[in-house]
Every structure is written in C-alpha cells, then in structure tokens.
Design a protein around this ligand. Structure first.
Ligand code: GAL
Length: 957
C-alpha cells in the first residue's frame, strides 16, 4: 500500500506529536486561529498542486469559510451534506477512495500577539478535521493525519514569525480513515473544531495523568499526578502539596453524577501552571454489578451525537452547555458519546454538572456488514496501527475527566483482533476504568455486557442471569448502550424497561437512542433529512431520531423519559390518605428537594401547601401522611398532586424546578361523567331530521349542524398517519403494522350506511366500515339522543370477519369550523400521550390553541393525542362546543386531515385549512420502538374487539 497517496494510506499520521491530555487553559499563552479562512474547493484530490501552501501564495481570488465549520454547510457552491446510516457512499475498496474526492484548501494568515513570549516552543492543535488534513506552516510541511474527531498537534515553534504567518491545510472529504468512520450521521467534511496555537514554555510538560481514586470504606481519596517532567501538585482545599509522581491519601467527598464534587488544584511543571479539576471516584465491577464509589449506579442515559441544525458538528460552547443543562433538567445522568469523542469542552461540562460518560472511540465499520464483514478493517492487521492510534488519542486526550467511567472501543465494527488490541492497550494504559464495546457478543474484550434494542422479555431474562451464552458473560453487569429508538412519535415502552432496571440489580440502565434529531436547516423543507440535499444514496429521515427536535425543543419523548427516570417515586400509599415516597437516587438523600401538595377537584386546584418528607437516604422509602383533604364539591373527581422540586438553585436549574411528581386519587367512587339525555325526540322533516340542538341528514343520519356550528363528516375512524415506529425497520423480526395496515387498506376504509331509523327518543344509524378487497370489517351503530340542549352519541362497534391486524385507532372523527381555536380540557396533559408513552400525562385542566396541540415531528406523522379526557371545550372565544365522554377519551385536533398528514414529508407541506378535524378516540394502538427496536408490547395492542363508548356534545355561547 506504500505507493498510495497519504490520504489513502492506512497509516494514521505523519509528523504529529504524541497524543496527550487536553486542557482548556494554563498560564501559557494561546492564540485561537478560529475565524474566517480563505477557502478553495476542488472536485478531486489532485486537481490543484501544492503551491497554495507557499508563504507568498496569493489567495485573494478564493472564497471564505468559517472555522470551525463544514464547507458543505457554507453555501451551495461548496457542495452539500449527505446522509447514510450503514452504507458507505462510495465503492468499498479499502483503503482506496473515489477519484471524486472533494478537497478543501484552507489558508489562514496570522500575526503573533505582541506579548507572545520569545522563549519556548509552540504547538499547533487541531481538535477535529473531517476526514484528514495535510498541514503546512509558512511553506514548510508539518505532516498529515486522519481521525476526524481526534485532536492532533504539531510542533511549530521553530517556524513561527512575529508577523504574517501562513497556515495551510489541505482537507479531503474521503480518506482511508473514512472506512473507520461509518457512523450513522451526515458526512460533513471540514475543519469543524478549533484550531489553536499554544505556547509551550521551555521544559513544559508533554503530558500528565491525574490519578484520583476513592475508597468508600474509609472515605478517602488517593491522588497521584504523573507527569513527564518533574513538578508540584497543589490542592489547597485538601492541604496537599505533592511532587509529581508522589501519592497521598486524604479524606474527601467523592465525585458522582449526582454530586459532582471537584477540587480545584494546580500542576506546576517546567514553567507552566495548569489548573486541575480533580474528582475522586472509583468505578469497578463487583459481584457482577457495576459500582461507583461503593454503590450500584443506574444509567439514565442518552446517546449524544454532536449536532447543530445549521452548523452540523461544529458546536459552540453555549450549545454544549445547553445540551448538558437540558439533560440535567430532564433527570438524565449519563451520556454515551456516540460514536466518537466529543469536543473536549463537553467533557469539562460533564465533570462540572455531573454526568457519567461512556467515552467512545471514533470508530465504526458498519458498512462491511453489508458485505458479510469481508475486508473489515478491525479484522485486518494492516489497520491495527490506525486502530491503536484511535484508542490512544481517545484515552490520552480525555483521561483526566472524572466523568468518564467507561472507554468504548467504537460502535458496530463486528469483531476482530484489532479490537482486542485496542482493549489491551487501553487496559494497560488506564486500568482505573472499564472497557465497553457492544458489537462482540462474546464480551471477550469488555467489562460489561452491552446490547442495543433487545426486547423487554430478553432484558428480563438477562436481568435474571438466565440468558444463554458464555458463562463468563453471565457474570457481567448489563447495560443497554442503545434502546428506545426516539424516531418520530415515541419511543414507546420506556416505563416497562425502567421497571426492569429497577427490579434486576444486573440491569444498570441504558442510553436512549438518541439525543437530538439531525435535521439540517433547509430552504424549502424547514429541516431537511437524507435525500433532501440531492444524495445518490441516503437513508431518509432515519437521521431524525432524537429526544430533541433539531432546534433543541424537547419532544414529548424527552418529557416522557424525564418522568420515567425520575429519581424519586411518589405513589399512592397502601392506606388511603398516604403517599409512598421512594428515593431512587444512587447517592443523594432528599434534602436538596422541597415537596409540595395540591388538591384538585375536577382539575381545579382547591388548596395547596408544603409537604414534609423526611430526608430519606438513597434507596429508602417512607409512607407519608397527606393533610386532611379540603371539602370538594359533591360529584367532583378529587386528586392529590405531590411534587418534588429543587429546594435551591443549582448550576442547571433554579429553585422550584420540578424533578418528580405523582398523583394520588382522592375520590373512591367517581360519579358517572355522562348522564342519559332524554326528553327531546327526533323530528323528521323532508331531508333533515332535527334532534335537540342537532340537525341530521335524514338519508345518511350524519349530523349537519350542532346548534349554530356546521359539522362535517362525522364517522368512525380507524386510521392514523403511521408513525416511524408504526412503519418499523426492515431488519426488525416483528410484523411491521404500518405497511401492513396500508396493504390491507385501513387508510381507505369504505362506509356503507345500512339503516337510519328513529324510534322513541333515539335516532339510530347502522353502518359497516371496511376496506375494499377484504372480507373483514366493523359493524357500527350510532345512537343519538338529546335533552333539548345537548346531544348524546352512543357508539357500538362489532368486528366482523377475521381481523389480521390490530387497529391504529378506534373512535369518531368530525369536521368543525376552524375558528374554534381555543381548546380547554380536563384530562391528561399538557402534552401528547399514547398507550405506552403516557407516563408524563397528568390529570388536570389544560388549555392550548389548536396549533399548540401539534407536535412538529420533522417527518409529519400521527401526533398530538391528549389522553384520559373527561371533557373538552373548543371555542372561538364566544361560541363553541363542549364534549364529554364515557369512558374518558383521547382527542386530537388539527387543521388538516389524517390523509394530508400521512401524505406530508416535511412540516411545511402541512397547510391549515378551514376545517378543524377532530378525532375523539376510544382507544389507540401503542407506539413501541420498532423503527429500530421491538414493537408494541402485547398490553398496548389495539386488537379489533367489540367496543362501546359514549360522547355528549353541548353547543356553547
Ligand atoms: C444503531 C447504531 C446507531 C444508530 C441506531 C439507529 O444500530 O449504533 O448509530 O444507527 O442504530 O438509529
């Protein structure tokens, strides 16, 4: 392979300095070279010669790009982004890459600041360049490197001038390194992380390693800082003043994600002072359980890619901080840095705010799976130096972060000796942490058994240590490095997973896939996904599968996750008038929380006050008495809401921020919500029949007006615009209902009216609802009654024939004037909920506009249902309708039809019309996680079965 150009050669780098610990600041000066760079794009790697790197090259005719940045996101003339999940977007012929290899030449001129020291050396640090770079300073070539999300440094002191230095970078989109970087994400070439010139005082450290351990038995921390030059380590708060290499043991408070205790210190060596932030902690496996500081920990985690909708993976500090604060505010305590080391500043934030981190190597060769793993680089010794370089650059850069507790070799690389070599190198260099890799079921190289997307049943089996497989693996702790695929509406089934994690000691939680939708800002589509940028191969909206929308608004999935993983459980106590409170923290007692109670009658708060809960230690439970309930009006439904909020401001949320809540019913026998409506009689006249406030088409029995409101198209509805989880992933073994529903015609049900009759005070309409070409259907009877002011509708549904699939939904839909924009309801809220995504819906009185009820999934799909609705009012401010239900119902209101929602590919395709389409559902099918993981659990299937439900409509105003 030696004849290949450097970017196709498998060797990782030439001319770089050995990897070392990354730190943000020291007293040695630094010069950021971020900013506008001159830029020239060529379509192939060899289109231009190297004369641009000469010190006197005139780049005045070039364009400009921002560094950090990806050139494909900085103007159409610079190409576009491309998304593939598994497939390499070029012929697989490792280590060769296509001749069409977009090449970005970058130039930056700079002067040294006036106070730049004359003595000493200097280092040029590049924190991230995709996919490789060749580097020159003042016309002298420094070397080249691959490894996009890894830091690379060059010694440059001997080349620096006081003025008019020229730094030149040649960056190719494709290199041999691209074969190692087949992560499921956008391909985004460019200098996307910082470029910095660092002064190095004479004799300054090359590297240092902070070893800070914790022994929970005596409660002491051990500290030793190794450094390649002699120096001193001071930690004033601990009274420590040590030589480098010297150990000390002192009483300390340990670092954990819950209590991220850091001690400020300082390393002085070779004329440099480097601030240290020391967190003492231990992490190990004991008796098959993963522990930190002597206690089992439970990961409430997410997988985080670096993503910004305009800047791709070029993240600024504010965005990183926003991610961390959002995580903390949503009870998340762990991050897997899928699938590469993040910008190092992110790890500083994890240290400060408290998040357990699985730090992952920049490595994925998933595209070889398509080829039955033929030629997989992790199983080919020629690539081992490149793999070891990636392992070393991961560990050396990030080793001083207390938040990092596991090193992950990479993601989805199959198996091979190269991985073993990486694991061995890592264990030798840093025995204080554990090693993670998911792709090898033998777990030969790992300290934890890790899986992605197993079913609940399999997790339970693993939890019982009853899983098949190697005996040694059964003794390992179990984590889900990925589960609950948050693509579109969902993920469903989170609460059921959490119960398993809380029940089985071995199940130590998981990391939801994934943190944020990678929707890129698009001039037409709002947020674009695969295929929206003219790619030849792409994987559509599979790149939008996060708990945050691209603009970082939390999706309902994140709100649900926050509730499911809340670290305090508040549930009805065994005796009436009591609450069972359980402290589910790993470490903290409850002293940092304040509790409150409120008492609601039919959703109205009647009284509220502080609630005294003992400062239970982690893992403890207590029964706490509620106060005497206030008197509530007869016939109302009463409920207690108990909330746990932050007692004091924290770094990530102010005092009063809600951490956990629970509701406790206070009415033993709720009164029926709908009464029989009698008195008025149907009055047939010509082609209309009047009944109370309703006028019906005498022939079809359909309501035409309700009081002053026109009504259109009231009928049984079973269709929903399939969610990504309904559509499912082709590799999933379970039946994919979305495609099957469509194949069977559930999106084009036919309605046959079999009879309209009046008898006594009832108008009865009988119909049959079924798809063309099939012999199964639903017999439906609508019975209308009235007391003169309101209309009651009793619906009875009887399945006919053999229904081979569950129903998407079951209810009625109707059209009302779009002016009815104000929505008030008593039921579950404030956000959307489905049968297996309903943990966060709390009973209350809520209000919204119709627009506010919509969830803006990047690819439009079923959304916005509100659960457990007792009643609902829609109005334009003066007139409207009140709708009650028995049993409680779900409602969805939108200014487009389900068919329009189904047809839309992007948000801007949905244009509000002049009808408000209202679905009043008796039931919904669950959501599940089948867009990558398991489908809907049996208990959340909506099987076709006889059903009866009632609604009452009262015109308002
Ligand atoms: C996993 C993979 C992730 C992502 C996810 C699906 O197999 O590790 O990178 O592709 O599936 O969104």
């Amino acid at each position: 392979m030696s004849a290949l150009p450097w970017y196709e050669d498998v060797s990782p780098d030439r001319g770089t300095l050995p990897p070392r610990a990354w730190y943000a600041r020291s007293d040695a000066p630094a010069l950021s070279l971020n900013g506008d760079w001159a830029f020239r794009l060529s379509p192939t790697a060899g289109a231009e010669d190297e004369s641009f790197a000469a010190a006197d090259f005139d780049a005045s005719g070039w364009g400009t790009v921002a560094v950090p940045g990806h050139w494909v996101l900085q103007g159409k003339e610079f190409g576009g982004p491309a998304y593939t999940n598994v497939l390499y977007p070029f012929p697989v012929d490792p280590p060769r890459v296509p001749a069409e290899n977009p090449t970005g030449d970058h130039l930056r001129r700079f002067d040294l600041p006036a106070d730049w020291p004359a003595e000493g050396g200097a280092v040029l640090r590049l924190d991230g360049v995709e996919s490789c770079a060749r580097v020159w300073l003042n016309g002298t070539e420094l070397g080249d490197f691959k490894g996009s999300r890894l830091a690379h440094e060059f010694a440059v002191g001997h080349l620096l001038e006081a003025r008019d230095n020229v730094l030149a970078l040649r960056v190719h989109q494709w290199s041999s390194g691209s074969y190692l970087e087949d992560q499921d994400q956008w391909w985004l070439p460019g200098v996307f992380r910082d470029v910095t010139l660092l002064h190095r005082p004479e004799g300054a450290p090359g590297d240092f390693f902070v070893h800070a351990s914790y022994d929970h038995v005596p409660g002491t921390g051990g500290l030793r800082v190794d450094c390649d030059v002699p120096g001193r380590v001071r930690v004033p708060e601990l009274g420590l003043d040590l030589a480098t290499g010297e150990s000390a043991t002192v009483p300390v408070e340990p670092w954990s994600a819950e209590v991220p205790r850091l001690y400020e210190g300082e390393l002085t060596a070779g004329g440099e002072r480097i601030p240290l932030r020391i967190g003492f902690r231990s992490v190990y496996v004991e008796d098959g359980v993963l522990k930190a500081n002597g206690r089992r920990i439970l990961f409430r985690g997410v997988n985080r890619h670096e993503f910004h909708p305009e800047r791709g993976r070029a993240l600024d500090l504010a965005t990183m901080r926003e991610d961390v604060e959002l995580m903390k505010r949503h009870n998340i305590n762990a991050v897997r840095t899928s699938h590469y080391p993040p910008h190092p500043a992110f790890l500083d934030l994890c240290d400060t705010y408290g998040l357990w981190v699985i730090d992952e190597g920049d490595l994925e060769t998933h595209g070889f799976e398509e080829l039955a793993w033929r030629g997989n680089p992790v199983d080919d010794a020629r690539w081992t130096p490149a793999l070891l370089d990636r392992a070393a650059r991961l560990v050396e850069r990030d080793k001083n972060h207390p938040s990092v507790v596991l090193w992950s070799l990479g993601n989805e690389c199959g198996t091979g000796a190269g991985l073993t070599a990486m694991a061995e190198w890592i264990r030798d260099r840093d025995p204080s942490r554990l090693v993670h890799y998911e792709g090898d079921r033998s777990c030969a190289d790992t300290d934890v058994y890790s899986r992605m997307y197993p079913s609940h049943a399999e997790v339970e089996e693993i939890g019982r240590r009853a899983d098949e497989g190697p005996e040694a693996r059964r003794r390992l702790p179990f984590v889900l490095c990925e589960y609950a695929h948050a693509m579109g509406n969902g993920p469903g089934g989170l609460a059921a997973y959490q119960r398993l994690f809380e029940r089985y000691e071995r199940c130590q939680g998981g990391f939801v896939w994934e943190w944020i939708d990678h929707g890129l800002v698009h001039p037409v589509h709002g947020h674009g996904y695969g295929g929206d940028f003219g790619e030849e191969l792409h994987d559509g909206n599979f790149v939008c599968d996060g708990l945050l929308f691209p603009d970082r608004t939390p999706s309902p999935g994140l709100v649900e996750y926050k509730k499911v993983i809340e670290p305090v459980r508040i549930a009805p106590g065994e005796e009436p008038g009591t609450v069972a409170v359980t402290n589910g923290h790993d470490v903290s007692d409850l002293a940092h929380l304040a509790f409150t109670w409120s008492f609601l009658a039919d959703g109205e708060v009647l009284a509220e006050g502080p609630f005294e809960v003992p400062a239970l230690a982690a893992g403890q439970s207590a029964r706490v008495d509620l106060p005497e309930p206030p008197a509530s009006p007869a016939g109302t439904e009463a409920v207690w809401t108990v909330r746990a909020v932050l007692a004091h401001d924290t770094a990530w949320a102010p005092a009063g921020h809600e951490v956990a809540w629970g509701q406790i019913p206070a009415t033993t026998a709720p009164a029926p919500r709908l009464r029989a409506l009698t008195g008025a009689r149907p009055a047939p006249a010509a082609d209309r029949t009047t009944l109370g406030p309703g006028v019906f088409d005498a022939r079809t029995g359909e309501p035409l007006t309700l009081g002053a409101l026109p009504v259109t198209g009231l009928r049984l509805d079973v269709w929903r615009a399939p969610t990504d989880n309904d559509e499912g992933a082709p590799w999933q073994p379970d039946v994919r209902y979305g495609p099957l529903w469509r194949e069977l015609g559930l999106h084009r049900m036919r309605h046959r009216t079999d009879g309209v009759s009046t008898a006594g005070d009832t108008l009865t309409v009988r119909s049959r609802v079924a798809p063309a070409a099939r012999d199964f259907g639903l017999g439906v009877t609508y019975r209308w009654t009235s007391d003169g002011t309101a209309l009651r509708l009793d619906v009875e549904v009887v399945p006919e024939g053999g229904w081979p699939v569950p129903l998407p939904r079951l209810g009625v839909r109707l059209g009302l004037p779009a002016a009815l924009d104000r929505v008030v309801w008593y039921g579950g809220g404030p956000g959307e909920a489905y049968p297996d995504t309903r943990a966060a819906a709390r009973l209350g009185r809520w209000e919204s506009t119709v627009a506010g009820l919509q969830t803006p999934y990047v690819r439009p799909q079923e959304n916005g249902a509100r659960i457990d609705t007792r009643w609902l009012e829609l109005s334009d401010g003066s007139a409207g309708v009140r709708i009650g239900g028995e049993p409680a119902f779900w409602f969805t209101a939108r200014r487009w039809t389900t068919e329009q929602l189904d047809a839309a590919a992007h948000r801007p395709d949905l244009v509000p019309g002049d009808t408000l389409w209202l679905n009043l559902d008796h039931a919904q099918h669950g959501i599940g996680s089948q867009s990558c993981g398991p489908g809907v659990l049996p208990g959340h299937r909506l099987d076709a079965a006889p059903a009866a439900f009632s609604l009452a409509f009262t015109p308002l105003g």
